[in-house]
Design a protein around this ligand. Structure first.
Ligand code: FAD
Length: 484
C-alpha cells in the first residue's frame, strides 16, 4: 500500500500506453470529453461521481476508469483546476504557460516524477520528453527601488549571506522529514532558527510569504512543515551545486489532458458545478443547475473545502464532515501573465527564475518564464512573466492572462481537520481526494490522494498495479503525504 511498507510482489504487468497528445483550449461547455454517455457493451456497471476535475479528481478518474463508469463534474469551462495552462505567443513561437501550478522536482515530487515517466510524458530523449529542466535561481529585492537584497546567482559576492541561506535550507530540509512536527507554525520555527534577525526579517520572511499568500504576517501562521515541504528538498547541500527545477512543454494541464485522453469510461462534464449531494438507500445523487444525476455507488469529492462543505450541510449524519471542511483557511490571490519588466529587479543581471518583490508587509513573486526558454544569452530570452499581483501598487502594462486563486494556508488547525476527516474516508461510500486531504499543497500530493482513492475503489486495476510496480522499482512505495 502507498504510504506503508508493503512491497509489491514482482510480476509482469502491462504498462498503459498514452494514446492522446495534450492540447490547449477549452472543452465544449457542458459536454462530454472522454468516453460516451450511457453504458457501452462490456463497460463497468458500477457508477462513480468525481466532483472536481483538478489533478486529484482526474487522477482518481484515471485510476478507477477500468472498473467504474465515471462522471467527472467540473464547475469551470475547462479541466485542470489549479493546473491551468494558457498559450502565449512571442515572435514566431508559442509557449504553454502555467498560470497556476508550474514547477516540480524529483525530490519534492517523487510520485509525480515517476508518474510522468509512466504515462510517457517524461523520457530520456529531449526531442520527445514533455519535461523541461531549468535553473531554480532566486532574487529577493526591494519593490520600491528595484534593488536586490539577495540573489542566488550572486551568492558568492556576499559569503555571510550565502552561509545564512545555507543554514536556512539545511534546517528547512530537516523540517520536511517524516518525523518532523507539523503543528509548529512557521513564525515559531523561524524565531527559533540560529540566523540573525535582520536576515530573517528582510530576506527569509518576505520570500517565504511570496510562495503562497504574499503576506509576511499570515505566513507565520502556516504549518512550517507543510510550507517547507513544497520546496525545501530542491536545495542541494552546498552552495556550489546548481539548483534545478522542472516544468512542462505542454503545461501541467496538458499532462492532465493526456490522462483523460486514455480514459474509456469517464465522462467529463464541464460547467457542471455541483450544488449538493443526496443519499438514499445507500446510493448517491449529485445536484447541478441542470438537474439530478445518478444514482452513483460511490462519490469522490475533490472540489475545494470552501465549496464542498456546502454539499454536506443538509445531509443527515454528515455534519461533522461539513465542520472539518469548514476549518480550512485560504487567502485570495491574483496571478497575471504579462510582458512588463517593471515587476523585476532593476539590474537585469539579478533577474532570476523567481523574483520576490518585498514591499512592507507584502512580498509577491514574478516568475521569469523566459529564464527556462531560449538560449544562454539573457537578451534573447522571451520577456514573458508570471506575477502574483494581489498587493501591487500598479498593474503591469500588458496583461495577457489573469486568474484569481485561493491559496490554502495549511495552518495547524486546517491540517488537524484534514487528518480527522480522513479517518472517515470511505464511510457511506464517500471519498475525498485533493491536496487539502494531505500534509502539503502540491500536484504531488493531489496525485497521491487520487492514488489512495484508487487503492480503495480499484485496487487491482491495471494502471494502479503497473504504477505501483514502478514505484516499488524506484523504492517509493512508502511515500506518504498523510497527516500523522
Ligand atoms: C498560483 C498557484 C501556484 C502553484 N504552484 C505550484 C507548483 O509550482 N507546483 C506544484 O506542485 N503545486 C503548485 N500549486 C499547488 C497545486 O496547484 C495544487 O496542490 C493542486 O493543483 C491541487 O489539486 P486538487 O485537485 O487538489 O485541487 P484543484 O486543482 O483546486 O481542483 C479542484 C477542482 O474542483 C473544481 N470545483 C470547484 N467547485 C466545484 C463544484 N461545485 N462542482 C464541480 N467542480 C468544482 C475546481 O474548478 C477545480 O477544477 C500552486 C497553486 C497555486 C494556486
Amino acid at each position: 500500500m502507498l504510504g506503508s511498507m508493503h512491497p509489491l510482489r514482482r510480476r509482469s504487468v502491462l504498462r498503459n500506453g498514452v494514446l492522446g497528445i495534450a492540447s490547449l483550449g477549452l472543452l465544449k461547455p457542458g459536454t462530454l470529453h472522454a468516453g460516451q454517455q450511457g453504458r457501452k457493451k462490456g463497460a463497468p456497471r458500477k457508477r462513480l461521481a468525481v466532483i472536481g476535475a483538478g489533478a486529484s479528481g482526474i487522477a482518481s478518474a484515471y485510476f478507477c476508469d477500468s472498473a467504474w463508469q465515471v462522471d467527472l463534474f467540473e464547475s469551470r469551462d475547462k479541466i485542470g483546476g489549479h493546473a491551468d495552462t494558457v498559450s502565449v505567443t512571442e515572435g514566431d513561437r508559442s509557449y504553454a504557460v502555467d498560470i497556476g501550478a508550474e514547477f516540480f522536482h524529483p525530490n519534492t515530487h517523487p510520485l509525480y516524477w515517476s508518474f510522468l515517466a509512466e504515462i510517457g510524458a517524461r523520457t530520456d530523449d529531449p526531442a520527445t520528453s514533455k519535461v523541461i529542466e531549468g535553473p531554480a535561481s532566486l532574487t529577493i529585492f526591494d519593490a520600491g527601488t528595484g534593488k536586490a537584497r539577495f540573489g542566488s546567482d550572486h551568492a558568492l559576492d556576499d559569503l555571510p549571506a550565502a552561509l545564512r541561506f545555507l543554514t536556512f535550507t539545511g534546517e528547512a530540509r530537516k523540517m520536511t522529514e517524516p518525523d518532523a512536527p507539523w503543528e509548529t507554525p512557521m513564525g515559531e520555527w523561524l524565531d527559533g532558527l540560529d540566523i540573525d534577525d535582520d536576515y530573517k526579517r528582510d530576506i527569509l520572511t518576505p520570500w517565504l510569504s511570496s510562495l503562497t499568500c504574499g503576506d509576511t504576517e499570515l505566513v507565520r501562521t502556516q504549518s512550517a512543515r507543510a510550507h517547507l515541504s513544497s520546496f525545501a528538498k530542491t536545495f542541494p547541500e552546498t552552495i556550489f551545486e546548481p539548483v534545478h527545477t522542472y516544468n512542462s512543454t505542454v503545461g501541467l494541464e496538458g499532462y492532465l489532458r493526456m490522462l483523460l485522453d486514455t480514459c474509456e469510461n469517464t465522462n467529463v462534464l464541464t460547467r457542471a458545478a455541483v450544488e449538493r449531494l443526496e443519499e438514499r438507500s445507500g446510493t448517491w445523487h449529485v445536484r447541478t443547475a441542470s438537474g439530478r444525476h445518478g444514482p452513483y455507488d460511490a462519490v469522490v469529492v475533490s472540489a475545494p473545502p470552501p465549496v464542498s462543505k456546502n454539499f454536506f450541510t443538509d445531509l443527515p449524519g454528515l455534519g461533522h464532515i461539513a465542520e472539518y471542511l469548514g476549518a480550512h483557511e485560504y487567502h485570495p490571490t491574483r496571478l497575471v501573465i504579462h510582458r512588463d519588466p517593471h515587476y523585476m529587479p532593476a539590474d537585469k543581471g539579478y533577474w532570476s527564475v523567481q523574483n520576490a518583490a518585498a514591499d512592507g508587509r507584502h512580498c509577491e513573486t514574478s516568475i521569469w518564464i523566459g529564464a527556462y526558454h531560449g538560449t544562454q544569452d539573457l537578451a534573447s530570452r522571451p520577456s514573458i512573466f508570471k506575477s502574483w499581483a494581489a498587493h501591487r501598487a500598479t498593474d503591469p502594462a500588458e496583461v495577457l492572462a489573469e486568474r484569481r486563486f485561493r491559496h490554502p494556508l495549511s495552518t495547524p488547525r486546517s491540517l488537524r481537520a484534514a487528518r480527522d476527516m480522513m479517518a472517515h474516508q470511505g464511510e457511506r461510500n464517500l471519498y475525498f481526494a485533493g491536496s487539502f486531504t494531505t500534509i502539503t499543497d502540491l500536484q504531488e500530493s493531489a496525485l497521491y490522494s487520487g492514488l489512495k482513492v484508487a487503492e480503495s475503489l480499484n485496487p487491482d486495476g491495471a494502471r494502479l498495479t503497473s504504477f505501483k510496480q514502478r514505484l516499488a522499482d524506484d523504492d517509493l512505495l512508502d511515500t506518504s503525504y498523510d497527516i500523522p
